[in-house]
Design a protein around this ligand. Structure first.
Ligand code: B12
Length: 453
């Protein structure tokens, strides 16, 4: 994954006279702890779900080895609550979460200064104890439906009358001609500013009274680098997308080949919170069931802004230009997202929805389909690794970091939702379905456990 967050933290700490040993991304626990003896504090950064379990594992291993340094955690998927509930109990040393880079120097200062340390630590432990209690109260108060009750409240539609649009082709197609200049106009700039902790919406942020000047400077630098990338053809976007005949079978999606043979089963998870009749969603609800006797379609895609982003930013880093390195990664991320949007627009045209917003593109890992391991099947289906430079790591992250993969659902009422917490019963059922679908054993605990918290 991209380590923009981690890099920003490094830069902030270096500016505050701390020495930072950056071990890189997707570093095994062993290597982190091997470097521990030389450090006053150990920091972990996590962007997607698998990092959460990994952080708890590192904490437990620190305990086992009798380490005593504080453990600092941060990153997009982490939270103070998760840290208190899942990580802190595994380690008797201090475990502290920092929301963003602006807090890190303050936290470290308080932790490493003898005078402030005792008070800071006792307040932190007390805060974490309260967070665990409140989490437990909330958990007990929140009743989950059983999975069969939830299924009985699934979204329903009249499939006999439903309009099912046939896609323009079946199977997968590779995109080779897309350029950075095609994608640049579709960049959503607001998250770009958020990455630099400049809050506000683009373009208003450029004239904001407080952060406007900084935003304008940053934007000018980004435009300049984007211009250079475009002129010198530094990034080569790659992608593949396709459409497959499909029907739902319970919460599973069966995908078929040209002769009607089953080629893949994609699994979906269903909301189990206590919702109204017809409102306990699973993505499978948006595809016609086998029992309707009608063929439906599921789309899939995988795109990247290009493999060269990593080497280009490494070059900047080598020359000591951390700012440009981070700028480049942030642009590569924006271009990946823009590519997903560009392709979705094209798919909407090809599928016959014209300029309308019909169809959704949930991505494995996002709230509607939180099981990251579903990317394995998606990659197989589109032959992503054969057709593009995108690779799936064993932790289900994609390289290049600026990559997005997901599904297209075209039902007019298809919408985004969060699966939320799921029960033990659904997890067991899901495990059985995964086993039946794949045969091979994905280590599902890593993907399902965080959903049960
Ligand atoms: C930008 C972004 C992307 C970009 C770039 C991803 C990347 N950076 O590698 C693109 C568009 C490519 C992308 C793709 C995907 N994404 Co994305 N993405 C985001 C988004 C919107 C922002 C992340 C970001 O870069 N923020 C900016 C940086 C600066 O912030 P940060 O990482 O949080 O770091 C700050 C703090 O957390 C803290 N910090 C960070 N590290 C540390 C460490 C320490 C020690 C401390 C103290 C503090 C600290 O300080 C930093 C600076 O303030 C988040 C949602 C969100 N709002 O957070 C989703 C999000 C991370 N993505 C998500 C997902 C699922 C994906 C995909 C798997 C989707 C898919 N199937 O394609 C892919 C995976 C890509 C891959 N390579 O494998 C999910 C992860 C959910 C989960 N539970 O796993 C998120 C949370 C969205 C969501 N709400 O569901 N994504």
């Amino acid at each position: 994954m991209h380590d923009i967050g981690k890099n920003i933290v490094s830069v902030v700490l270096a500016c505050n006279n701390y020495e930072v040993i950056d071990l890189g991304v997707m570093v095994p626990c062993e290597k982190i702890l091997a470097a521990a003896p030389g450090a006053d504090v150990i920091g972990l950064s996590g962007l997607i779900t698998p990092s959460l379990d990994e952080m708890a594992r590192v904490a437990a291993e620190m305990e086992r080895r009798g380490l005593t340094q504080p453990l600092l955690v941060g990153g997009a998927t982490t939270s103070g609550a998760h840290t208190a509930v899942k990580i802190a109990p595994a380690y008797s040393g201090v475990v502290c979460h920092a929301v963003d880079a602006s807090r890190v120097a303050g936290v470290l200062g308080s932790l490493l200064n003898r005078e402030t340390r005792t008070r800071f630590v006792s307040e932190l432990r007390e805060k974490q104890r309260r967070a665990r209690e409140s989490h437990e109260r909330q958990r007990r108060g929140q009743t989950l439906l059983t999975i069969s009750e939830a299924r009985a409240r699934a979204f329903r539609t009249d499939w006999a009358a439903a309009e099912i649009a046939a896609p323009p082709f079946t199977g997968a197609r590779v995109l080779r001609e897309v350029t950075v200049s095609d994608l640049a106009p579709l960049i959503d700039w607001s998250p770009f500013f958020h990455a630099w902790e400049l809050r506000g919406r683009y373009p208003q942020i450029l004239t904001d009274a407080t952060v406007g000047e900084q935003a304008r400077e940053l934007f000018a630098d980004a435009r300049e680098l984007l211009g250079k990338i475009t002129r010198e053809n530094l990034l080569k976007p790659e992608g593949v997308y396709g459409f497959f005949p499909a029907n739902s079978d319970g919460d599973d999606l069966r995908l078929f080949g040209a002769d009607g043979e089953l080629i893949h089963t994609a699994l979906t998870l269903r909301q189990q919170m206590d919702k109204a009749e017809g409102a306990n969603y699973a993505l499978a609800d948006f595809i016609a069931p086998l029992t309707a006797g009608r063929r439906d379609w599921l789309g899939a895609f995988a795109v990247t802004s290009g493999a060269a982003a990593a080497s280009l930013s490494a070059e900047f880093e080598r020359s000591g230009d951390d700012y440009s390195a981070i700028l480049l990664k942030a642009l590569a991320d924006r271009l990946a997202e823009a590519f997903a949007e560009w392709l979705h627009r094209r798919v909407r045209e090809e599928w016959g929805f014209g300029g309308t917003e019909r169809s959704i593109r949930p991505a494995p890992g996002y709230p509607a389909c939180p099981d990251h391991s579903e990317k394995v099947g998606l990659f197989r289906l589109l032959e992503v690794e054969r057709q593009t430079c995108i690779r799936l790591t064993e932790n289900m992250a994609m390289t290049p970091a600026g990559s997005v993969s997901g599904w297209y659902f075209a039902h007019p009422q298809a919408g985004y939702f969060g699966v939320g917490r799921v029960g033990q019963d659904q997890c067991e059922d899901y495990r059985r379905r995964k086993q039946a679908a794949d045969g091979d054993s994905v280590d599902l605990d890593k993907w399902l456990n965080p959903l049960m918290v």
